[in-house]
Design a protein around this ligand. Structure first.
Ligand SMILES: [Zn+2]
Length: 320
C-alpha cells in the first residue's frame, strides 16, 4: 500500500471531457464536474523502505485508468467516489530521488460528478483538507538494494531499513500486476505525500491564487490558465507601477521647485535627492507646506522677475 496526494482541481479541457464521457452514461458539461489532479505515487523511497521502479510506474499508469477513488473508507454512496480518466508518468527535470535516480511520479486526472451530497466534500478538497490518498496495487516482485537479488529468488537475506556497511537496504518494486481502488487516508506514508494546494474547479480568482501563494508548503502547481492570469496580473501591476513612478517623479520635481522658490538657502539638487527617498504622503505634505510658503513669496518674486524682464527694454531705450 502506497500513498499519494490530491494535487488540485482544474477546469477540464474539451479532450478531458471526451475522455470522461468514456466512463459516464451521458455527457456532462464542465459545470457539472469536479476535476482534479492526483499524484498517486512516485519512485522515492517510502516509509516502508520500498520504492517503485520506473517500469512499475509505467505499468501502474495503464492499470489505474478507470479506477475508482473512495473518499470515505465506508462509502456506501457512489456520490462519494471519483474516477481516474487519465494517467501519466512525469519526470521532474533535475530532481533526484534520495538514492540518486531521476525522479518520476505517476499523476492521474480524476473527476466527480457534482451533487448535493458531495458538495461539502468538494469544498474540503478545495480548502486543502482530505488531501492524502492511499493507493493500493499489487506487484509481482522486488529487488534488494544491497545484493541486487529479487525477493522471489529467495536468495536475499537482507532486511529492509537496516544499514549494511554504509548502505541502506531498500527494495525496488517492479512488475506491477494490478491496481485497485484508491482512497483518502489520514496519515501519509510516502515522504512526498505532502499537499499541493487545491483550487476550485471553477476558474480561480486572483485572491485564490494569492491565498495559495501565501499557504504554499513545498511547491505550488498552477494550471496554464492560472499561470496566465498571474502573469497578466503582474503586467497590470507593472503598468500601474510605471504610472506611479511618473506621478512620483512629477511630485519630486514640483516639490523641488517649490523648495528652491521658498527656501533658496537650500541647495535644490540636494533637496531633490532627499525628496526622491520620500513616500507619496511625505511629498504631498512637503508640497502643501512649501506651496503656502511660496505663495507668500511668489507675488514679490513675480514682480521682481517682471521688472527684471522690463530692464533690457528700458535699457534699449537708452541705447537708441
Ligand atoms: Zn539482499
Amino acid at each position: 500500500m502506497k500513498q499519494g496526494y490530491i494535487e488540485k482541481s482544474f477546469s477540464p479541457s474539451k479532450s478531458d471531457l471526451e475522455k470522461i464521457s468514456e466512463y459516464t452514461r451521458r455527457e456532462f458539461d464542465e459545470s457539472e464536474l469536479f476535476v482534479f489532479g492526483v499524484v498517486l505515487c512516485d519512485n522515492e523511497i517510502d516509509r516502508d523502505f520500498e520504492k517503485f521502479s520506473k517500469s512499475a510506474l509505467d505499468e501502474l499508469a495503464i492499470l489505474f485508468k478507470g479506477k475508482t477513488g473512495i473518499f470515505d473508507h465506508c462509502a456506501k454512496s457512489s456520490n462519494q467516489s471519483a474516477r481516474i480518466f487519465e494517467t501519466c508518468v512525469e519526470k521532474a527535470e533535475g530532481k533526484k530521488t534520495s538514492d540518486g535516480e531521476d525522479y518520476y511520479c505517476l499523476k492521474a486526472r480524476a473527476y466527480m460528478v457534482r451533487t448535493a451530497d458531495n458538495e461539502s466534500l468538494i469544498k474540503e478538497i478545495d480548502a486543502g483538507i482530505k488531501k492524502e490518498v492511499s493507493v493500493s496495487c499489487s506487484l509481482a516482485d522486488s529487488r534488494c538494494s544491497i545484493c541486487g537479488k529479487t525477493r522471489k529468488s529467495g536468495e536475499c537475506k537482507h532486511i529492509k531499513g537496516k544499514t549494511y556497511g554504509n548502505k541502506l537496504c531498500t527494495f525496488t518494486l517492479f512488475d506491477a500486476t494490478d491496481a485497485y481502488e484508491w482512497s483518502f487516508v489520514a496519515v501519509p506514508a510516502q515522504r512526498n505525500a505532502g499537499v499541493t494546494k487545491s483550487f476550485s474547479g471553477k476558474e480561480s480568482t486572483m485572491d485564490d491564487i494569492k491565498k495559495s501563494l501565501e499557504q504554499v508548503n513545498e511547491k505550488l502547481v498552477l494550471t496554464k490558465k492560472e499561470a496566465n492570469k498571474l502573469s497578466a496580473y503582474i503586467t497590470e501591476l507593472e503598468c500601474e507601477a510605471e504610472l506611479g513612478k511618473e506621478y512620483k517623479n512629477s511630485l519630486v520635481n514640483e516639490v523641488t521647485k517649490l523648495c528652491a522658490l521658498s527656501i533658496p538657502e537650500i541647495d535644490s539638487e540636494m533637496f531633490r535627492g532627499v525628496a526622491q527617498s520620500m513616500n507619496s504622503d511625505e511629498l504631498l505634505s512637503f508640497k502643501s507646506a512649501l506651496s503656502k510658503r511660496a505663495s507668500k513669496i511668489m507675488p514679490v518674486e513675480l514682480q521682481l522677475s517682471h521688472e527684471k524682464n522690463r530692464e533690457p527694454k528700458d535699457n534699449s531705450q537708452f541705447k537708441i
